[in-house]
Structure formats: structure tokens, C-alpha cells
Design a protein around this ligand. Structure first.
Ligand SMILES: Nc1ncnc2c1ncn2[C@@H]1O[C@H](COP(=O)(O)OP(=O)(O)OP(=O)(O)O)[C@@H](O)[C@H]1O
Length: 238
């Protein structure tokens, strides 16, 4: 079985006693690109954070390649193959780009840094700049590159294009497309812009109030603006 299959059953999770993610069932085969869409505050970020072990787990199972991880720490989940790029773009502001990358290696070969530079040449140009000196887009590239150094089999991306200039969006989208096309990684993308979400993914799921209310091939929802209007509003297409 290729690595990177995610199976979630009856998942309930949230913050303390508050349940946000409700009864989520999910099967993402290895190598699939899945986009998660939905209006603001519907639980998309909480679902990704829950997969990574950063919320309160109430019930249900999460398996990577058949192994249960719902009780594991975030560090153990990373070791099991999960890579996570949160909305907050976790980069160390007082370290250089290269130092940030070295800190993300965690035992993986140093040659991975050269591969990250190949994917994001801008980072190579800025290798001696400190985290705080980078633009938002460069920080997003650095956060993504750091996650990739750990060689995840499943990459979780939370609104990676939010607030970025179009030229940077294009560079990042091309990098995600390259990763996805390699077929070596399952990629789950939370994306507000439906156009980007549908262009990227084979499959889409829609969240509403913490639940999955629609799932299916992206071409089905792409061809049905009434579905888009119902779940996210047609304005999200622009
Ligand atoms: N740390 C937290 N503690 C308590 N409640 C939270 C916390 N973070 C988010 N929530 C609540 O959980 C719900 C879902 O939020 P979440 O950020 O997961 O939604 P989202 O779909 O990702 O929204 P957005 O697109 O705006 O990021 C919201 O009602 C939010 O107020």
C-alpha cells in the first residue's frame, strides 16, 4: 500500500469542552489532492488542527496507513507522516531562512534543504535574511519548505494563498501542483477561494458548522454554480 492514506471515522473534537468538529468521516487515498471549502468559521482550520493533534479530541479515530494516531502527540503524528502548514505561517522570526530550514530537518538529510531551494528559488536568494525581513509570501514559502523537509506523506495546508500577491500565489500554486503531480504525497488544502480549491483538487469537501455537508469530485461542484452558491456563495469564485 503506498504511504499517505488518511482514514477518519466519527471524529468529534474542539477546544476544551466545546465541540467544533462533529461526526467527521473521511477517506483520503494516498496521493490524492483534497480541497476543503466552506464559509468562515465553519471548522476547516479546526479540522486540520485536530488531525495534527492540536485540539481537544472527544471521540472517533484517525488513522494513517492503518495505524491509529488520535491519541498521539503532534510530534508523533509528524513522525507518522503528517506535515502541517498552519494559517499563522510558523517561521522563527529571529532566525535566518537557512537556520529556519535546518531547524525543520529533524534528522532528515541536509540535502533536503537544496531540494527546498530548487522548489523555492526565492528562499535561496534570501537564505541569509531573518524571518521577520521576509514578505508574507516568502514566509509562506519558508513555512511550506520547512514542512516538506520532514518528508511528510500527508501535507495539510491551511489557506496558504491568503493575502498574498498574485505573482507569489502563482509561484506557490505551481509548487503545490509539482508536489501533487509527483504522486508521492497526499495533499489536503483548506482554501477560501473556490476557484483555486477546485483547480487544485481531485476531490472536494464542504464544511458547515463543523460537519461535512457535501463531498465529491471537484468537476461536479465546478459545473454546478447552485452548489457553490448554496455552500460558499458565488462571490467566492472571484
Ligand atoms: N482557539 C479557539 N478556542 C475556541 N474556539 C475557537 C478557537 N479557534 C476557533 N474557534 C471557533 O471554532 C469555530 C470554527 O473556527 P475555524 O477557525 O475552525 O473555522 P474556519 O472554517 O477555518 O474559518 P476561517 O475560514 O475563518 O479560518 C468558530 O466558531 C471559532 O470561533
Amino acid at each position: 500500500m503506498p504511504a499517505g492514506t488518511l482514514r477518519v471515522s466519527g471524529l468529534n473534537a474542539g477546544y476544551g469542552r466545546t465541540v467544533i468538529v462533529e461526526e467527521v468521516d473521511l477517506l483520503v487515498p494516498a496521493g490524492q489532492r483534497l480541497s476543503i471549502i466552506g464559509r468562515n468559521g465553519m471548522g476547516k482550520t479546526t479540522l486540520l488542527a485536530t488531525l495534527m493533534g492540536l485540539t481537544t479530541h472527544h471521540s472517533g479515530t484517525i488513522e494513517i496507513d492503518g495505524a491509529s494516531i488520535e491519541k498521539a502527540s503532534a510530534t508523533r503524528r509528524a513522525a507518522a507522516g503528517l506535515g502541517y502548514v498552519p494559517q499563522t505561517r510558523d517561521v522563527f522570526k529571529t532566525l535566518t531562512v537557512e537556520e529556519n530550514l535546518v531547524s525543520g530537518l529533524k534528522g532528515h538529510p541536509k540535502s533536503n534543504i537544496e531540494r527546498a531551494y530548487e522548489m523555492f528559488p526565492r528562499l535561496k536568494e534570501r537564505r541569509r535574511n531573518l524571518g521577520w525581513q521576509l514578505s508574507g509570501g516568502e514566509q509562506q514559502m519558508l513555512a511550506t519548505a520547512r514542512a516538506l523537509l520532514g518528508e511528510p506523506s500527508i501535507l495539510l495546508l491551511d489557506e496558504p494563498l491568503e493575502g498574498l500577491a498574485p505573482v507569489i500565489c502563482q509561484e506557490l500554486t505551481a509548487a503545490f501542483g509539482e508536489l501533487a503531480a509527483s504522486g508521492k504525497m497526499t495533499i489536503i488544502l483548506v482554501e477560501q477561494h473556490v476557484k483555486n480549491a477546485l483547480a487544485f483538487a481531485d476531490e472536494v469537501l464542504v464544511m458547515e458548522r463543523g460537519r461535512i455537508v457535501w463531498s465529491g469530485p471537484s468537476r461536479v461542484i465546478a459545473e454546478d454554480t447552485s452548489l457553490i452558491d448554496k455552500y460558499v456563495g458565488v462571490s467566492s469564485l472571484h
